[in-house]
Design a protein around this ligand. Structure first.
Ligand SMILES: CC(C)(COP(=O)(O)OP(=O)(O)OC[C@H]1O[C@@H](n2cnc3c(N)ncnc32)[C@H](O)[C@@H]1OP(=O)(O)O)[C@@H](O)C(=O)NCCC(=O)NCCS
Length: 182
């Protein structure tokens, strides 16, 4: 992690040192082959867009479009925390999830977090990678002092997010949240 250049990362990799969920990583078979880290400017070469296309339509993205968007997000300092897992044996991004911070005047000029675009490559599902990404985003949201985080998900994923502590809001079972201020 130390060798990762800050200028190439969408957020400071040092932040992950504090948010690592060690027990989860230790319990994962062969995790030494994988690396949990911030999204990097060069990740389009590691099949990042192909991974996102398993989530939804990506359209046609050129390298220049990718880089423009990457730096637009990165320059919004303190807003986009996109975390990925790389299979370092084949240099491919196999999982990703985003924590996006929304600045507020309420809650003492606080901030809430939104979890977005959680995806695990279909060849790597069921190995705990999705959980590792989301647990890590939850830990980051605590470090960054979010008073709450929320997400919208498909019916089929409600139980999965519940297992990590999210609760559904009355009347809308697909809108889930987790409060850090209660
Ligand atoms: C949902 C998704 C991210 C889960 O990732 P994953 O890496 O396969 O999940 P994990 O291996 O971390 O799951 C850990 C545990 O949750 C269970 N689980 C996985 N998906 C589940 C679901 N939809 N509902 C309930 N439990 C689920 C696993 O069986 C596993 O259980 P175990 O710990 O008892 O063995 C992945 O299936 C995916 O990318 N789906 C397509 C995109 C998507 O739906 N993204 C979420 C958008 S809201």
């Amino acid at each position: 992690m130390a060798e990762m250049a800050l200028e190439n990362s969408i957020f400071d990799p040092e932040l992950l040192k504090n948010s690592y969920t060690d027990e989860l990583i230790m319990g994962m078979k062969d995790f030494y082959k994988f690396k949990l880290r911030p999204l990097c400017a060069t990740d389009m070469n590691k099949r990042y867009v192909e991974l996102l296309s398993q989530l939804t339509s990506t359209g046609h993205i050129t390298e220049q479009m990718f880089l423009n968007k990457f730096y637009e997000m990165k320059n919004n300092v303190g807003t986009y925390y996109i975390t990925v897992i790389e299979d370092t044996q084949i240099n491919v991004i196999v999982a990703s999830g985003s924590l996006v911070l929304e600045k507020k005047f309420i809650h003492s000029c606080g901030q809430r977090g939104r979890i977005e675009d959680v995806i695990v490559d279909d060849l790597y599902r069921g190995k705990g990678f999705g959980k590792l990404i989301v647990q890590n985003l939850i830990a980051l949201s605590r470090i960054l002092n979010c008073y709450k985080i929320s997400l919208e998900c498909k019916d089929t994923n409600v139980n999965w997010y519940s297992s990590m502590g999210f609760i559904t809001e009355h009347g809308n079972s697909n809108f889930m949240q987790m409060r850090h201020d209660e």
